[in-house]
Structures are given as structure tokens and as C-alpha cells.
Design a protein around this ligand. Structure first.
Ligand code: TRP
Length: 356
């Protein structure tokens, strides 16, 4: 259950996000975005409508976009690393296929940026163990596994995320509501660093959350949509796989298709997916299907997905066939991120009198 304060601060963030959109439109060059996805599996349609399309929109509006692949964070909930490489390059292909332009945007893996990781040390000195322990993600993990099992890396996770953001001097982080507490901690760390080591002129800008306006999609089984839950449609899925996945989706036994997310979450979710694909109003789309029932609905959803993603899938297949190019894009992104984070670390050391 969200507490009263988190919901009111979420509402404040929503209002702030509207102001930020206006500021971005007026002066896109004043913003640098950092965003990213853990390399735990291929990106799916939920990512596309929830965040990828928005990133491309902001990039095309002239905002500087940095896309981070937090590969160390993949170790917070799994120990095996054999899949990492494939997942990382899979993400790079997903990004490029959806329109992230490596000539303008920087795609990088945080394990390759030494200065970013080194910032974790001074940042850890700025927060207390109790403060980290109050972070909802850390708290949930502690409740799920017990503090005797949780790794130190998992515990440091929100501080590591602050190092991601602040090492790049990013001032804008597009997030879902669940990430707001992480961002709040990044702001606290920026503020405390400034107070302690740079009181005259604040060195770090406090990064701001840009809340997504996109509606949240459910998984095809009605649960939360997840990369590794098998209940999504991956961007790279073929037309046949899409038909198979949609065919298995949970529906109900009413023939009349309606858009009523409260009472009919699964059916409405399918209506919403098709409506997003076609840029159509979900109520209109539901009316179009009318008494067609689940069979007609699933046929519409499958076709809408396959049409909307045909171009992205074709581009993705071409990219996947050219691993040398994907490596080059990531290597260049890593290099750019290293330059930026290296400069930040040099400044941090100077401000901390650690130049010898
Ligand atoms: N924690 C984010 C997630 O699980 C991923 C992430 C790591 C991130 N570092 C970030 C997102 C910095 C934005 C900015 O989805």
C-alpha cells in the first residue's frame, strides 16, 4: 500500500513533469537524460509504449539522451553472468531498432565506466545504512530474502543508481512511479555532496523525475508484465509468435468487448494494446469489435501488433545479423560515457581535496 506521503509526492512529481515538458519544448539543449534497462531479457511492447517511444520522442526533440545498460545491477537478483553478453547486445539491438540514434545518443554499459563505479565510494559516505534500508526496493528485497541473504550490492543498489545518474551529470530521468524513491535518494546525495564539498556553487544538479504519461500495460495473463515472466510480447517476436502469445492471453466469457479497466482488466488490457498500436481511442476500438468476443479481439490485437512492429522487427533482424556493428555502437558509447564520468570524478576529487 502506498502511504499518503508517497501518493502526494507522486502527484507533485506528476505536476512537475508537466512543467518539465514545457521547459523541454522551450530549451531541449538544457537537458541531459539518463535512462536504462537491466539486461535481464529482451525488451517487450510494455517497454515500447511505456518508455522507448518516449525516449525517441525526447531525442528527436533535441534532448541529449544517454541510455545505460546497468549490467552490474543484473547481479542483484541473479548470480549467473553467462547470459549477460547476449542480453546486453540484445538491448542494443532493441534500442537501435526502435529509433535510438547512436549518432546523437550514448548507449553504454556501466561496468565499462570505471569512474562511474568509483563514485559509489564517496556517495556511500553521504547516506546512512538506515536511509538505504528505507528504500522500498531494498525493503522488499530484505523482506523477500532476509538481510542475511541479501548481497551488499543489492543493498547499495539505490546508491549505485545515484552514481549512474550523477556521474553523467544527467538532470532528467524518465521513470515510472516505482522508481521515484531511487530518484529521491539521488537528489539527497547530490544535495549533501554540494553542502559538504561545494557549498559556494552547487556542483551536482538535483536530477528530476520525468513521469511517463503512458498507461501501464498488464501482462497477457493479467499479472504485471515482466521481461522474464513469459507474459509479454517481445519486440523481436515474429508474427507467428505474436499470434501464439496473444492466443494464450487471459480473457473472460462475455461476448461484448468493452473498455472497462476496473471491472474487466484482462480484456481491457488487450483492447488498450491494440488501441496503442493503432493510435486509436480504446473505447472506439472496443465498439468496433462489439459482439465479436475474445476470438475477434485477439485477431485484432495480433494484427495491430504485427502491423505496428513490422518495421521495427525488420530493422532489428538486420541489426542482429551484424554483431560487429552492435559492438562498435556500444564501444563508442562506453568511450563517451567514460569521458563524461571521468571528468565528473576528476571534479569530485578536486572538490574533496583528493588531488595529490
Ligand atoms: N533501476 C532501474 C530498473 O530496474 C535501472 C537503472 C539503473 C536506471 N540505473 C539507472 C534507470 C539510472 C534510470 C537511471 O529499471
Amino acid at each position: 500500500m502506498p502511504t499518503a506521503t508517497t501518493t502526494s509526492s507522486a502527484r507533485a512529481s506528476q505536476r512537475r513533469s508537466a512543467d518539465l515538458e514545457a521547459a523541454i519544448a522551450a530549451d531541449p539543449g538544457a537537458f541531459r537524460i539518463l535512462t536504462g534497462d537491466r539486461p535481464t531479457g529482451p525488451l517487450h511492447i510494455g517497454h515500447y509504449f511505456g518508455t522507448l517511444a518516449n525516449r525517441v520522442r525526447l531525442q528527436d526533440a533535441g534532448v541529449e539522451l544517454m541510455v545505460l545498460i546497468p549490467d552490474y545491477q543484473a547481479l542483484t537478483d541473479r548470480t549467473a553472468t553467462a547470459q549477460l553478453r547476449e542480453n546486453v547486445f540484445g538491448l542494443v539491438a532493441d534500442y537501435l531498432a526502435t529509433g535510438i540514434d547512436p549518432a546523437r545518443a550514448t548507449i553504454f554499459a556501466h561496468s565499462q565506466v570505471e569512474a562511474l563505479n568509483q563514485l559509489l565510494l564517496p556517495f556511500l559516505s553521504l547516506v546512512s545504512v538506515a536511509e538505504i534500508g528505507r528504500n522500498p526496493t531494498v525493503k522488499e528485497e530484505m523482506a523477500a530474502t532476509g538481510s542475511g541473504v541479501m548481497s551488499g550490492l543489492m543493498f547499495a543498489y539505490p546508491v549505485h543508481q545515484a552514481a549512474d545518474i550523477l556521474s553523467c551529470r544527467a538532470n532528467l530521468v524518465p521513470v515510472g512511479k516505482d522508481q521515484l524513491p531511487h530518484l529521491e535518494l539521488s537528489r539527497v546525495i547530490a544535495r549533501r555532496f554540494n553542502e559538504r564539498y561545494s557549498p559556494e556553487t552547487p556542483f551536482f544538479a538535483e536530477p528530476e523525475a520525468l513521469l511517463s504519461r503512458a498507461p501501464l500495460l498488464l501482462g497477457l495473463d493479467g499479472r504485471k508484465m515482466g521481461k522474464s515472466l513469459g507474459n509479454s510480447v517481445p519486440l523481436r517476436a515474429s508474427a507467428d509468435e505474436t499470434a501464439r502469445l496473444v492466443g494464450k492471453a487471459t480473457t473472460d466469457s462475455q461476448r461484448l468487448v468493452t473498455y472497462d479497466p476496473q471491472r474487466r482488466p484482462e480484456v481491457s488490457n488487450l483492447v488498450l494494446i491494440a488501441a496503442l498500436c493503432r493510435d486509436q481511442d480504446p473505447d472506439d476500438l472496443a465498439r468496433e469489435i462489439g459482439e465479436g468476443g475474445a476470438v475477434a479481439l485477439k485477431a485484432v490485437v495480433t494484427e495491430a501488433l504485427n502491423e505496428r512492429f513490422a518495421g521495427i522487427r525488420a530493422r532489428r533482424a538486420e541489426l542482429a545479423a551484424d554483431p560487429g556493428y552492435l559492438r562498435e555502437v556500444l564501444a563508442e558509447g562506453n568511450e563517451r560515457a567514460r569521458a563524461i564520468a571521468g571528468e565528473t570524478l576528476a571534479d569530485v576529487r578536486r572538490l574533496m581535496y583528493m588531488r595529490y
